[in-house]
Design a protein around this ligand. Sequence first.
Ligand code: AMP
Ligand code: MN
Ligand code: MN
Ligand code: MN
Length: 274
Amino acid sequence: MIVDFHCHSYYSDGSLTPQQLIQLAEQKGIELFAITDHDNCHAYNDLMQINTEIKIVSGIEFSTTWNKIGIHIVALNFDTQSEIIKQAVIKQSKFRKERAQKISQRLEKHGLDNAYEKIAQIKNGQQIGRPDFAHLLIKEGIVRDWNQAFKKYLGAGKPGDIKNQWLSFEEIVKIITSAGGVAILAHPLYYKLTNSKLRRLLQDFIKAGGKGLEVVNGFQNPDKTNYLIQLCKEYKLKASIGSDFHHPSKRKHLGCDTRLLKDSNVVWEDFKGI
Ligand code: AMP
Ligand code: MN
Ligand code: MN
Ligand code: MN
């Protein structure tokens, strides 16, 4: 079976509309699907009247921190209309705006003038994220490419990395659970933690009410997948899988083959009607 429980639309840093994502998902033969935009679920308003065979599950990818490390938590199968989710989206969006203004101030010292104003004008009220700063740094010739933008200015520990403004790790998990959803630790190997630190993160995640682990994120080395499947079993978490698709490209494809999960217990086995 082909599924995808992690991808982005133009409501965060993806380039396709929710409708275009659904069309692409149909072309790829995807049966179960969630759009997990960063810190918002506006895509689901667009999908209210959509007519498709695909089973659509609500989704969001929340930004938070754990021990000062930026962590992403994917929520699936929650009530997008619940007050608790709406309030969380409003708060995260306020933090995002404040963060963008702070990033802009910090990058002023590195030769990027009025970044916030320039980006806000283009985005016209849409969510602003670090990828927008990466584009501007490239456009103004301050960096060569995307990698350099994150390596020098926007990645962990760099001037554009602003800490501790999101809802806390525990709050996010509680919000997801209260809205009827399941909290999944996104791309666990992306944070480059030592094995013991990753285990501490998993223990804290489970203590907070987290239930799932994303064992496949996009195209991934099989050794990594096997390691995550093992961790998932050891901690009695449910396995999730997603492409983390943002834009059509040769390297990243929408949809993941569930055979990669082998005999894991999967998150969607608990979803009603699926
Ligand atoms: P933000 O949501 O504003 O914190 O921006 C983070 C997003 O930037 C991630 O979700 C990725 O889509 C994108 N990104 C691309 N390359 C990198 C990188 N090297 N480090 C961090 N984020 C990256
Ligand atoms: Mn992204
Ligand atoms: Mn992420
Ligand atoms: Mn993502």
